[in-house]
Design a protein around this ligand. Structure first.
Ligand SMILES: Cc1ncc(COP(=O)(O)O)c(C=O)c1O
Length: 421
């Protein structure tokens, strides 16, 4: 039987090759702006919003929002406990104090009670992050932030197609941001999209960004394209079953080399400056890729959501494994499919022995980052959620037969532990 890889990338080899051909082509300023604008408009159309704004990365989108939202400098910015570490740097470098809000055990959502506890007269903004396609309870977020008169932004990088009570995530707060990096539903190698209905804010952002970013070097984009090609090849059959999977099995007691290669943010530091290679323009070549990704988005999402829902409906929770709770009224998109396991390493090895690859969290828990000890983050539930999460395959490359196999193997795992105890 063919082994099941942990991921399948949203980009196709054809999209990457077109990008690599385009990257050496020149276009006039007018023509390249027109392509980027078309992508920004098409992306925003999904939300019935005015044209969006694309920058080099989501963290840069967040930085410019912080700088242009007219919020009191020096104030406290609340951020979800599990995130990309550099978001903390962006808060700090934009002149604010980062404060981490813990997650709620058994869920992928922030802990609303901890949120209330962390809000005080110095709080100026909340960044709420929807993890793995699981929506946050937006009624509660809207109620809490309104009552306290605090604006909020949604990070929808992992929840591009998720709805809450019929409304798309990203449209509840002042703005929505989306990363378009590796594995994201709309991937353009790198990129960060901002959507908002505030036209004045959009204007301000555009001129502030234009003044502060420069032309990008082609090298990092080409390197990212090559990385995508390598990962696509590694998870393609029969290469995956014959070469990659046996190596993963052989290494199962050591570091997960696949995760290490996949991880974009390999080191964390408390930054003094935003790196120059991030303060760069988004390119028209990426926008071409983005337009192509938007065309295939709905079809890809539907397959993954169907796969995720099938697993969700058929995995029987017990004290060894469970699936995080889904907020009432939300449609989950299972960007990655998380299992909360009492012993994720043991489960990972059991899955490997049965032909199934899985992965752990690549995001960090902010309280675990030594470089951020000055901020005294405390996120004990976030730490536990990260430590107990294992992502199993539900991606667009997974067949119905694969899903049934995964469900059977999980049942076997549960039964083996019941017998042993
Ligand atoms: C929730 C979330 N936000 C942001 C990012 C990345 O942002 P950037 O585009 O700055 O790399 C990721 C990437 O994994 C993410 O998962």
């Amino acid at each position: 039987m063919l082994c099941i890889p942990r991921i399948k990338l949203p980009l196709s080899l054809m999209e990457i090759f077109i990008f690599l051909l385009n990257i050496f082509k020149k276009k006039s300023q007018k023509n390249s702006t027109a392509i980027i604008s078309e992508f920004e408009t098409s992306f925003a159309n999904r939300y019935n919003y005015p044209p969006a704004l694309i920058v080099s990365r989501a963290r840069i989108a967040f930085y410019f929002l912080l700088k242009n939202m007219d919020i009191k400098s020096g104030g406290e910015v609340l951020i979800s406990a599990i995130h990309i570490a550099d978001f903390v740097n962006m808060i700090h470098l934009a002149g604010f104090k980062p404060v981490a809000v813990d997650l709620k055990i058994g869920t992928y959502n922030i802990d609303y009670e901890d949120l209330e506890r962390k809000i005080n007269k110095n709080t100026v903004l909340l960044l709420v992050t929807h993890l793995s396609g699981f929506a946050t309870d937006m009624d509660r977020i809207v109620e809490i932030t309104r009552r306290n008169n605090i604006p909020f932004i949604e990070d929808c990088s992992q929840a591009v197609n998720t709805f809450y009570k019929g409304k798309r995530l990203g449209t509840f707060g002042k703005a929505g941001i989306f990363s378009l990096s590796l594995l994201k539903s709309v991937c353009t190698l790198m990129g960060g999209m901002i959507i908002t209905t505030d036209l004045k804010l959009l204007d301000k952002l555009r001129s502030n960004i234009d003044q502060n970013v420069s032309s990008p070097s082609k090298i990092p984009l080409i390197m990212e394209a090559v990385k995508n090609i390598i990962i696509i090849t590694a998870v393609t059959q029969p290469i995956f079953t014959l070469i990659v999977f046996p190596l993963l099995r052989l290494n199962m007691y050591r570091e997960d080399f696949f995760a290490r290669y996949q991880r974009t943010n390999k080191t964390v530091e408390l930054r003094r400056l935003i790196p120059e290679n991030m303060m760069v323009h988004y390119t028209w070549q990426q926008a071409v890729m983005g337009l192509s990704q938007l065309r295939s988005l709905q079809g890809r999402e539907e397959i993954r959501i169907k796969n995720g829902q099938y697993l969700f409906d058929n995995i029987i929770s017990d004290d060894k494994i469970s699936v995080p709770a889904v907020v009432e009224g939300s449609d989950n998109t299972f960007w990655l499919f998380p299992i909360i396991a009492d012993n994720p390493d043991r489960l990972k090895r059991f899955l490997l022995k049965n032909g199934i690859d899985s992965s752990k969290f690549l995001l960090v828990v902010l309280s675990e980052v030594n470089e951020f000890s000055v901020f005294s983050f405390k996120c004990t539930s976030g730490e536990s959620i990260k430590a107990h999460t294992l992502f199993i395959p539900a991606h667009i490359g997974v067949t119905k037969k694969n899903l049934d196999h995964i469900i059977q193997v999980l049942k076997k795992y549960q039964a083996s532990l019941t017998i042993n105890t």
